[in-house]
Design a protein. Sequence first.
Lengths: 741, 198
Amino acid sequence: MAKPPVPIPELNARFGPHLNYLPPGGWQDEAHSAPDRLVKTHCCFCGQQCGIQLKVRDNRVVGFEPWEDFPFNRGMLCPKGVKRYLQGNHPDRLLDPLLRTPEGFRAAEWDEALDFTARRLRELQQQYGRDSVAVYGGASLTTEKAYLLGKFARVALGTRHIDYNGRLCMVSAGVAYKGALGVDRAPNPWSDIPKAEVVMAIGANIGECAPITTDYVWRARDNGARLIVADPRFTPIARNADLFLPVRPGTDLALLMAMLHVIIRDRLTDDAFIAAHTTGFEKTAESVAWWDPRRAAEVTGVAPEAIERAAHWIGESRRAMLMHARGLEHQSKGVENCEAVVAIALATGNIGREGAGCVMITGQGNGQGGREHGQKCDQLPGQRSLTDPAAREHVARVWGIDPGDLPQPGYSAVEIMNAIHAGEIKGLLSICFNPLVSLPDANFTREALNKLEFFGVIDFFLSETAHHADVVLAGSLQEEEEGVTASMEGRVIHIQKAVEPPGNARADSAIICGLARRLGRGEFFPFREPREIFEELRLASRGGIADYYGITYEKIDAQKGVFWPCPSLDHPGTPRLFEGGRFYHADGKARFMKLEWRPSGDPVDGAFPIYLTTGRVVSQYLSGAQTRRIGALVDQYPEPRLEIHPQLAGRYGIRTGDWVTITTRRSAITLQASVVKTIRPDTVFIPYHWPGDRSANRLTHRTLDPRSRIPEYKVSACRLERAAAPVTAAAEPIAAPGGRR
Amino acid sequence: MFGYEFYVDPSRCIGCQSCLKACEECDTHRGVSMIHFDFVDRGETIATAAYVCWHCDNPTCAQVCPADAIKKYEDGIVGSSLKPRCIACSNCVLACPFGIPKLIPENEQMMKCDMCYDRTSVGKRPMCATVCPSQALAYVTPETIAGRREKPVNVFRFGSQTVTTKVYMMAPATAPEVAIDVADYTWEGEREVVPQAF
């Protein structure tokens, strides 16, 4: 049973999170020693993948210098990018493989750890069947690692069950775009944003979650564009919105359908475009016929006049851009939400041109590239379908196996955890994923982890999830292995290896290949370096939707990125999709979809009368496994706070700094309140980066979108009570070093 | 850098504090940030402001310094105090109309933004303006800034004192009142539509 071997405080004392403030050698040492070299690479965090130069001295990353020539961010960085360099020389860094003993974790030799991992995985498969073990991957991995992990699950382990934490990111948009447009990628390069006349950001806290994108939006405004922001909170970019739509959590679809209703009613549609380049318009038109702005106002809490105005601004423009992110996607109707955005773009002909289009703002570092090449439960490399016989044939040939030996699609990320809880899956190998913090309903996740008969983790820090591991294989940071990622623009970029992994830590791809050899499948994993993996990936993706065949490391360096698809070596890449109205379906036409309203999976009622929504803050990233270890970032926002409007707070007598217990149908946590007028009075907000008794995901629920299988993080029902300050040691109000308590 | 000027535009600021973090990475004052950053009034608004030293044409800080420790260079940049001269008296801290100089007790010295003199003097942009994701802090040419909505001003009035500065503040061409309470925008029924939103 994979329970933490010793109490969590003991694990925290040894493995952190501890706070690192200083570059190697301290501030003064650094000032007097020049770096050996500057390495032009990219930030390890979000989907913007900003260019950055890492200062390297004595095989250590000691600082950074802006990279002003990289076209996307031109030197700009958010605070996470500025301080990212503090991870490599961090005291919490795992320098040896760890094996769990009754007394805690002990350092082990690589042979012992890898032999043990391979033996336990095989034993479980022999006892319970191939599909009794599952693999978790992550969207911070380079594309080479993601590709390798998919091949590892299907060829070395032969299990159906591999999925990744990108399942918690933009998969709703992926399903919607694939279905409507034939391809899962933001259709426009970001350089189109300043060319737009109207920019609408819906469910996208751009200022905090995609900070550099703010500059693109502000430049659009400089050029005269009008900005529409739809969000339950007055986010930083809402400050300059020309129209702010305070949409109630989980009701975006009603807002979008009403906008479409107005566009059709007032004949703002581009009928020639619809006729020439789309099918199914009648289906969508019928779906929105009932949704006049007055009805939508009742549901969304957005005034009818504001809905009319937003619809007119977009419908009357020939250069409108709609941008959306997790706010739309983290709902049980996340796919429909995104289909509605696409439908507005298609109906008004705002797609496939400079300054016109709809774009998803992918959140994770390699959220785009990590979902294209085979660590998704239903996909093969090149964004190919695992159920398509031709795709299976192609990939099996590249891999040198029989197509019949390729497993069929397995469970998605949340479903894998459900199957572990149900006892169907007995073993798990996880890399780049901290599900105890990031999956919804964290108490359920902990119960599930405790039931695993074997749990292996590849990671560079001991995450909260890894507390439950039988073995932890000390892996590599982003800057310790070469590879590529694809940014949210679909721009494939080159991650440089700046330093060797420290101590006895190893490159992730070497660990995975080492496991494959021990599983008796080494012949399929002969890779000595990432470049060899990339060469195979080029072939595996060739002819697919996400075709990387024409991309090489050298071409990426020369062009400062290559937008896929890039089918041949002389092809420059494809910054903008759908030019000339050519979409990626076989008939070249885009699809309008039937849109259907459904209530949230965790409805507000008399007992739980308040909406709870979750999200991020600018100084932390995802589950915080990395950013809760960086001092300057923890200081900026040390503890999660409950954002609450004064009208609602007044009803409970809550003032800023008061402790409040937030209870949902799953669990309760107690946090300090921040009383602000920047949120709807019927809604409270908690950022989700923290574990344990401060974990927003103890409160969220496991309802999934039926198609994308994304959890409904953005809508829960809760009740509030004022509480006394927690007095137990485990609930010290101020974070101990490392943002823990 | 020749032809480049520093512009501060609080209306663009998203409160990310990247400037604050990047400033301490600058080689002349490692580990000490010279950026001033504030939430204006978090209960009322998301508005934030980050700013640097304004580098006055006739710097008050230097005028009031009894030790002649604050120098204005030929290019108009006003430096931090000179360590051997500064007596940590705080005259400059009290006198500066913008509230910029900081007394660093550990160093017994006043330190403030010197516009990354180690960088700007060798053709690099200042650290804060280079990384700023919203370009609320920008180090660009006047031609570039002319393309913005807001207009640069560098004359400030503090009672009877008029101060002209090297750094520009971006000010709106017109200054409409902006509603900042979400409740002003929400719709709860026919009678409650609030006009600010439209």
